[in-house]
Design a protein around this ligand. Structure first.
Ligand SMILES: [Zn+2]
Length: 326
């Protein structure tokens, strides 16, 4: 009865199949795990190699200068760790790029606004200086004019009195008449000079008014620019200065070279596999806040994070498997 004949599968045969399936799953998982960790694991055993990618010229940063700052950022970690962690390699596909967008545009506009504000302050000081000078000049010229005017009026009154006197007498003798004519001419000359003096005084007053409105215009213009800036960008918003993508570091914003150095050091930290730490003074704190921008140093928390990453990655593959099992 052939059709009923069925050879039972041996236990060993089933076991062998299961072992193969298990091995395949195990190898697959292991390969995935190793692949996931190979990059950061390498970072602890050998330096992370990087090259300089695109440096947008709007940053006004030469490639040489960019590289110099990157090397400084590198040494922040390397000095603290006491070993080489990063290496510049022009052939590396891991690039550090400078990507220009609204973030740096805002910084640049703020800088130009600060420069304008500084300029306005400087101009104001100059205007105040000139204002004081003109005011002194005005007061002096006005006093001189008033004195000359008083003298003139006195002399004119005297002349008129004399003329009236002689008219009342029915006319002056020839020599007196000639004297009076000469005095009339002299008074006319003085009157013309007084007019000129008055014009000069008025001109100074006009200059003072102009200075005043010039100063007001400067302040109004600056305030308008500040308002435009604030409505465009808002104030006090948090934003990313840089990002580590896994295959590159992109730098988006920095105020100055110290700020840039710290930003690069932070992203280099991410490239080692370190995440954020809690101390606001740390390179790996999520926010640029209380770090020493001019003399950046890895804090104990930064080093602890580096050590724990490297310690876990320096374990052999089999140690990790043991770790899993425990
Ligand atoms: Zn970060």
């Amino acid at each position: 009865m052939k059709e009923f004949t069925k050879k039972n599968r041996g236990c060993l045969e089933i076991l062998a199949e299961w072992i193969i399936v298990f091995l395949l799953i195990f190898l697959g998982l292991s390969w995935f795990y190793v692949k996931q960790n190979i990059k950061t694991s390498e970072a602890c055993r050998q330096p992370v190699k990087y090259s300089l990618g695109n440096v947008d010229e709007r940053f006004g940063l030469s490639k040489g200068k960019a590289l110099k700052v990157i090397l400084e950022a590198e040494s922040v970690w390397e000095n603290a760790a006491g070993r080489e962690l990063f290496q510049y390699d022009p052939a590396s596909s891991f690039t550090i790029n400078f990507v220009y967008d609204d973030r740096q545009r805002q910084t640049d506009e703020l800088k130009s606004l600060q420069a304008k504000s500084q300029n306005v302050k400087f101009n104001q000081q100059e205007i105040v200086g000139r204002y004081d000078q003109l005011r002194d000049e005005y007061q002096q010229k006005l006093a001189e004019y008033k004195n000359h005017e008083t003298d003139y009026k006195k002399r004119l009154r005297e002349y008129n009195r004399e003329v009236d006197e002689w008219n009342a007498k029915g006319g002056a003798p020839q020599d007196i008449f000639a004297q009076l004519k000469a005095e009339e001419k002299a008074l006319k000359k003085i009157s013309d000079e007084l007019d000129k003096e008055k014009q000069e005084v008025n001109l100074i007053a006009e200059k003072i008014r102009n200075l005043s409105s010039q100063e007001q215009q400067l302040v109004i213009q600056l305030n308008q620019q500040i308002e435009t800036y604030e409505s465009k960008y808002g104030v006090g918003k948090e934003f990313d200065q840089g990002v580590y993508t896994g295959s590159a570091i992109n730098i988006y914003q920095f105020d100055d070279m110290g700020d840039l150095r710290l930003t690069i050091a932070h992203e280099l930290g991410h490239s080692l596999g370190i995440y954020h730490v809690g101390n606001p003074k740390s390179i790996m704190y999520y926010l640029m806040e209380k770090q020493d921008v001019d003399h950046p140093k890895a804090t104990a928390e930064d080093l602890q994070a580096l050590d724990s990453i490297c310690a876990s990655q320096e374990k052999t593959f089999w140690e990790k498997i043991k770790f899993w099992q425990s």
